[in-house]
Design a protein around this ligand. Structure first.
Ligand code: SF4
Length: 328
């Protein structure tokens, strides 16, 4: 099955019902990223991308607009259009033009979810300035913890990322800047980022960046490394309270569990492809697929069973939940 540019909608705690756009087309289903995060839900990266020139198969603004034109009107209750997926969106140098094109054909707000790796580059910040919302990841204020958790490609350093995020806040025309603080725990001796020392440094760093929103969350899907586990809920609540004291309640959001939503009101063009495209970008439970794509349980079960018997997807267990994941 070929990979399509548009997928979802997915249900996001921050964005509600959000249609995803992947900015790279590849014949395979591997992720294309300049990080190899220990918590990544897409598994390991085979070869880290070193920069925008190293990316093969980027989609063009015309391709995005053409696909979106056919697709987004099928979803009545869409809330956001989001660049994310199997590739770090800022690796596509035409991201800004894509967002401008989307705004001509759709009134939905546009979000870019980024790993922050390239925000030190002016051109990348210009591209991001076209979005309504940028959600940028930050795992630590310490270089060594960032290296251990995000495992970036050579040449990417935290100091530059922090400076780039600060620059976004200074732009005349800028998106809302949200920082996603992904906290991880471990069952081995690993430099986790929820200790007192780490949280103090994160607070200092976030004061410097001064984002509009801070989202605190932990691993909720099967991570790339099996020694990574979620931070306990009590600890997350303590950290959120500490952050609220510094940044105010309205700026801090603690993300604990999935959101409850009704089934999507969506006209289907090719249900099998829609399911496969969604699972490729994020492992999902049965319920998540059925609610995100608005498919009844009976019909979904038939398709999932077919995918499982053809081995195009597999079933994995994380915590108490069963997820379906692409067989990469
Ligand atoms: S979590 Fe995101 S940034 Fe990290 S390796 Fe996976 S796709 Fe890349």
């Amino acid at each position: 099955m070929t990979k399509r540019i548009i997928y979802g909608p997915i249900l996001s705690r921050r964005l509600g019902r959000s249609l995803g756009i992947d900015v790279i087309k590849t014949s395979d289903t591997k992720k294309n990223c300049n990080f190899d995060c220990v918590y990544c839900q897409l598994g390991h990266v085979l070869k880290k991308i070193t920069g925008t020139n190293d990316v093969k198969g980027t989609v063009t603004p015309e391709e995005v607009i053409e696909d979106l034109r056919c697709y987004h009107k099928n979803i009545e209750d869409l809330e956001y259009i989001t660049f994310s997926g199997t590739c770090e969106p800022t690796l596509n140098p035409e991201l800004g033009e894509m967002i401008r094109g989307i705004k001509k054909i759709s009134s939905h707000p546009v979000c870019v979810i980024t790993n922050s790796s390239l925000v030190d580059k002016e051109k990348i910040r210009e591209n991001l300035s076209e979005a309504d919302l940028v959600v940028a990841t930050l795992v630590s204020g310490y270089e060594e913890t960032f290296m251990a958790i995000n495992r970036p490609a050579d040449g990417i350093i935290l100091e530059n990322i922090i400076n780039g995020l600060k620059e976004i806040k200074k732009m005349d025309k800028r998106p809302i800047l949200g920082i996603e603080v992904m906290l991880v725990d471990s069952n081995i001796d690993f430099p986790v980022n929820h200790t007192e020392r780490e949280i103090e440094k994160l607070k200092e760093t976030l004061i410097e960046i001064d984002p509009d929103e801070i989202e605190i969350l932990t691993v909720s899907r099967p991570p790339a490394e099996n020694y990574i586990i979620p931070v306990p809920e009590d600890r997350l609540k303590e950290i959120a309270t500490e952050f609220e004291k510094v940044f105010g309640k309205e700026r801090v959001k603690l993300v604990l569990k999935g959101i409850k939503r009704s089934r999507s009101k969506m006209k289907h063009v090719n249900i099998e492809e829609e399911i496969y495209d969604l699972i490729m970008r994020r492992p999902c439970t049965f319920k998540q697929i059925s609610v995100s794509l608005g498919i009844n349980d009976k019909e979904l079960k038939v398709i999932i069973d077919r995918f499982l018997s053809s081995k195009s997807i597999k079933e994995i267990t994380a915590g108490e939940k069963k997820y379906y994941k692409i067989n990469r």
